[in-house]
Write a protein that binds this ligand. Structure first.
Ligand code: F6P
Length: 552
């Protein structure tokens, strides 16, 4: 089946949810906890060693039942099957969406465009394994015969954020003797600052670009090649120091990278879903291919859970539906991602692209304009640092901001009492957000101290009251390792998909990034050639004139 085109607002479930919202909205979370001693058991889910506690959300069991009915009416189960079976559900690009095939270890074939996708995937995985073995054994030698010690991924968007985030997240699994770097921004500072740390004799560049036409990446790749050739001099040496990850093998060859150093992938892998493909080569270079495969296996386990578990117990389904509840019924416009693990500090940035590039849309599947909100803004940062910057607003600001708190039970760096302190904060914050602090509690605290006048107390009380009733989801797992990280990321990918199905939008294209790219190309010509025709609004012309006047 192709995805159906329905407005979610026209379903029976939506009407019921609107009425239900009116009943649930005035309820305080502490009331809901007080009413039901089993609330945590009823509203938390276990997936392998991972715990997803949904109980601090502004929902009841009825809310989840109604949200699941909405998913049923929107034909989510059939849509999930379309995803896994390789139907062309990315209709505006006429492509299948098969990142799940990249981590499928089941033996069956999967035909896409008359090719067996699984066989193709395994061939490239074997090529990646062989590459990693040569790199880590020191058999991959640079042009002066020295082994490679630095690997630099050059890419942007999905060809950068996922690899960089995972390489950072799994740093404690990193192979000795290899350092991995990332260059992404077309701002020359990015390349300059990385290159100055490197030795051309022992550096290997991975040029990661699905299309191999992305201007930023090509500019950075050319800069890296110039830097390398300044030392190596002979173009023949490029093949020992440059490999490419791309669907566009023709453009890769034109750049001068040998076919045996090209790692392919396919149109049916979306950029922001590509870290499982050859785009993950920098990850495998950092942690070794076996560990990379463990990550794929964790993702595969989550895929199976998503495909096989009834909607009401299905983690990505409920996570996606909660987002619908807050966005469309509570009117929340942002969602915070708060990892309590320093290794996961880049997760919010990665999820920004995943969710916002996928679901930041206004056109429904039939091309009409949505009449409801779609993707909220994703933002966040690691705890506890974020507690000392923006948590004030989450606790006492005027917006309700649903949060995902994420933490491992055991640290990869158990030092003294650090992890106990970290997790004390993790537990305390979700409790504080949920409960708040009433005026009576604030006054009782002042009374117990007994060192202030009534007048002073009255003036301070309003500032020290916390409304509470601020929702959060807590995600815990035993330890951050490749398998668990794979499962966590796959969960967020599927949550993204669920939201797109309910919002009746296409989640796998990104036409919204094109206009800026087109205009930048035209403006670049005008900045380089004084005689190029120019026709902008007065603001843009004024800014360009200021730049031209003062540039050196
Ligand atoms: O500009 C958006 C985008 O197309 C992303 O979707 C993609 O991840 C990124 O650019 C990089 O694209 P490529 O891998 O083709 O260089």
């Amino acid at each position: 089946m192709m995805l159906k085109n329905y407005a979610p607002t026209h379903t029976h479930a939506w009407q019921k949810l609107e009425a239900h919202y009116k009943a649930v909205q005035p309820k305080h979370l502490s009331e809901l906890f007080a009413e039901d001693a089993q609330r945590f058991e009823k509203l938390s889910l276990q997936f392998e060693d991972m715990l997803f506690d949904l109980s601090k959300n502004r929902v009841t069991e009825v809310t989840l039942d109604l949200l699941v009915s909405l998913a049923q009416e929107m034909e989510l189960p059939a849509a999930i099957e379309s995803l896994f079976s390789g139907e062309k559900i990315n209709a505006t690009e006429n492509r299948a969406v098969l990142h799940t095939a990249l981590r499928s270890f089941a033996g069956d074939a999967l035909e896409v465009e008359e090719e067996d996708a699984l066989k193709e995937v395994r061939d490239v995985q074997q090529q990646m394994r062989t590459f990693c073995n040569k790199l880590h054994s020191g058999d991959w030698k640079g042009y002066t015969g020295k082994p490679i010690t630095s690997v630099v991924n050059i890419g942007i968007g999905g060809s950068h954020l996922g690899p960089q985030m995972v390489a950072e997240a799994l740093k404690s699994y990193q192979k000795e003797g290899i350092e991995v770097y990332f260059i992404s921004n077309v701002d020359g500072t990015d390349a300059a600052e990385v290159l100055k740390k490197l030795d051309p004799e022992t550096t290997l560049f991975i040029i990661a670009s699905k299309t191999f036409t992305t201007k930023e990446t090509i500019a950075n790749a050319e800069t890296a090649r110039d830097w390398f050739l300044k030392a190596a001099r002979d173009k023949e040496h490029v093949k020992k120091h440059f490999v490419a990850l791309s669907t566009n093998t023709k453009a890769v060859a034109e750049f001068g990278i040998a076919p045996e150093n090209t790692f392919r992938f396919w149109d049916w892998v979306g950029g922001r879903f590509s870290l499982w493909s050859a785009i993950g080569l920098s990850i495998a270079s950092a942690i070794g291919y076996d560990k990379f495969e463990e990550m794929l296996r964790g993702a595969e386990a989550m895929d199976k859970h998503f495909r096989q578990t009834e909607l009401r117990r299905n983690v990505p389904v409920l996570m996606g539906l909660l987002s619908i509840w807050y966005t469309n019924f509570f009117g929340c416009q942002t969602h915070a991602i708060l990892p309590y693990d320093q290794y996961l500090r880049l997760l919010p940035e990665f999820l920004q692209q995943l969710l916002m590039e996928s679901n930041g849309k206004t056109a429904t599947r039939d091309g009409s304009k949505v009449t409801y909100q779609t993707q909220p803004v994703i933002w966040g940062a690691a705890g506890t640092n974020s507690q000392h910057s923006f948590f004030q607003l989450i606790h006492q600001g005027t917006f309700i901001i649903p949060c995902d708190f994420i933490a491992p039970v055991n640290s990869n760096n158990p030092i003294g009492q650090h992890h106990t302190m970290l997790l004390s904060n993790f537990f305390a914050q979700t409790e504080a957000l949920m409960k708040g602090k009433t005026e009576e509690e604030v006054r009782a605290e002042f009374a117990a101290k007994g060192n202030m006048s009534q007048e002073e107390i009255d003036a301070l009380v309003p500032h020290k009251v916390f409304e509470g009733n601020r929702p959060s989801t807590s995600i815990m797992f035993h330890q951050l390792n490749p398998y668990t990280l794979g499962a966590l990321l796959a969960m967020y990918e599927h949550k993204t998909f669920v939201q797109g199905i309910i919002w009746n939008i296409y989640s796998f294209d990104q036409w919204g990034v094109e206009l800026g790219k087109q205009l930048a190309g035209k403006i670049e010509e005008e900045l380089l050639d004084e005689n190029a025709p120019s026709n902008h609004d007065s603001s843009t012309s004024g800014l360009m004139a200021y730049y031209k006047k003062h540039r050196k």
